[in-house]
Design a protein around this ligand. Structure first.
Ligand code: HCA
Ligand code: CU
Length: 395
């Protein structure tokens, strides 16, 4: 599970997000940010070289438009550590344009489900297989890496799929891809298909999951459990409709599974920066409940939680916020608070009291919070006033 690689598709799938318009300057910013994210900090890297975690950055097809082609060339010329791939239809004409841009490899795709064969491109499986073989041979002859993927894999015929994957594997494709284009697959279906495919091909297996029914991260994890090697992601999950497996969400899942590997491969302290950059460019807010970077991702509120967290953060935190350069927050301005949280806040404010005084002060806060919503400032001033009155009583 842990030896996974990422194909970062913010600059391809992400461009299919409703709000995305990336000019070259924006694309360069994103590509550079992803390249940094994909390079483990020196202290974790081996002594010989800096490891690169994000294997590939995937770009929109240069056949999509003239500017897309120019942008693709410009990004290839940046000299990034990450490999640059472009995503094209499984057509010889597109492949010819793509190999001239300077990319390291091509991700080719064609629809294999009956929905897409009948209502989209209208080709049968024999045609698809022959075209795939022709494109693969051509791309390899140009010395480029190639991945072959079937679109809408989970609504395709299993026999068709395995037959085409095994044919492309035999001619030396670098990776095959499975795509849940419509977001219909469940983790168990993913596990079964990837496991079956693992027994049929010897090349790497890439997977791509849309999030229409909320399974994009779980499906990615199941794919890895079943032997997939690569996961497609985009920053904040942006993509067609409601998007795909988010980079940050996958990091959350994987750091729980294998922290050392994640820290050795990715510069995860950059996650927030990459997300803020993309959120800004596509004019959305980072969701409140976002993995790791959502504003309340490490906020603890109930008194029982706060007490335990203050004793030992592992009690209610599976991810250490500091790994991502984030910080934990103990929420104390509510009726659910407890005296340990108030004590900790009072200490932050430099106010010392006895335990029974903290308890009494907490009772006052809870009583007020029972009749109205209280803000942090309110709570602070209740604590200060309580503390002040203790002293004036003494005088
Ligand atoms: C799309 C194409 C794709 C391709 C995935 C892949 C999908 O429909 O826009 O190349 O593996 O979801 O099928 O993004
Ligand atoms: Cu997609």
């Amino acid at each position: 599970v842990s030896r996974f690689k990422i194909i970062e598709s913010t600059l391809r799938e992400g461009e299919q997000f409703a709000n995305a318009y990336f000019d070259l300057e924006a694309k360069i910013k994103i590509a550079k940010a992803l390249d940094e994210f994909g390079s483990a900090p020196r202290c974790f890297a081996s002594s010989v070289s800096i490891l690169t975690g994000i294997a590939d950055i995937e770009l929109t097809s240069p056949a999509a438009s003239e500017q897309s082609r120019k942008d693709c060339e410009a990004i290839c010329n940046l000299g990034l550590k990450a490999k640059i791939l472009t995503h094209v239809r499984c057509h010889l004409e597109d492949a010819k344009i793509a190999v001239e841009t300077g990319v390291d490899g091509l991700d080719v795709v064609i629809g294999t489900s009956s929905y897409l064969r009948e209502h989209s491109h209208g080709k049968d499986m024999t045609y698809i297989k022959n075209t795939a073989l022709e494109v693969i041979e051509f791309v390899k002859s140009k010395g480029k890496e190639i991945r072959f993927s079937s679109e809408d894999s989970f609504r395709s015929d299993l026999v068709d799929l395995l037959s085409i994957y095994s044919a492309v594997d035999k001619v030396g494709v670098n990776r095959v891809g499975i795509a849940d284009t419509v977001g219909c697959a469940s983790p168990r279906q993913v596990y079964d298909l990837v496991r079956t495919l693992r027994g049929v091909v010897s090349c790497d297996i890439e997977t791509h999951f849309h999030n229409d029914s909320g399974c994009a991260i779980a499906n990615a994890f199941c794919a890895l459990e079943a032997g997939a090697t690569h996961i497609d992601t985009s920053v904040l999950g942006i993509g067609e409709r409601n998007g795909i497996t988010p980079l940050g969400g996958l990091m959350a899942r994987m750091i729980v599974a294998d922290r050392d590997y994640v820290l050795s491969k990715y510069n995860i302290k950059k996650l927030k920066e990459v997300e803020d950059l993309v959120a800004d460019l596509v004019e959305v807010n980072v969701p409140f409940n976002n993995y790791i970077t959502g504003f309340c991702a490490f906020t603890h509120k109930a008194g029982i939680h706060a007490k335990a967290i203050l004793n030992n953060p592992s009690t209610y935190e599976i991810i250490n916020p500091q790994d991502f350069g984030m910080s934990r927050y103990v929420h104390f301005a509510s009726r659910l608070t407890g005296w340990n949280a108030i004590k900790s806040r009072a200490e932050q404010l430099g106010l010392q009291m006895s335990d029974s005084q903290y308890k009494e002060c907490t009772a006052k806060i809870k009583a007020i919070a029972d009749v109205r919503k209280i803000a942090l400032d309110d709570t602070d001033s209740i604590i200060r006033t309580y503390h002040h009155n203790l002293h004036s009583e003494q005088e």
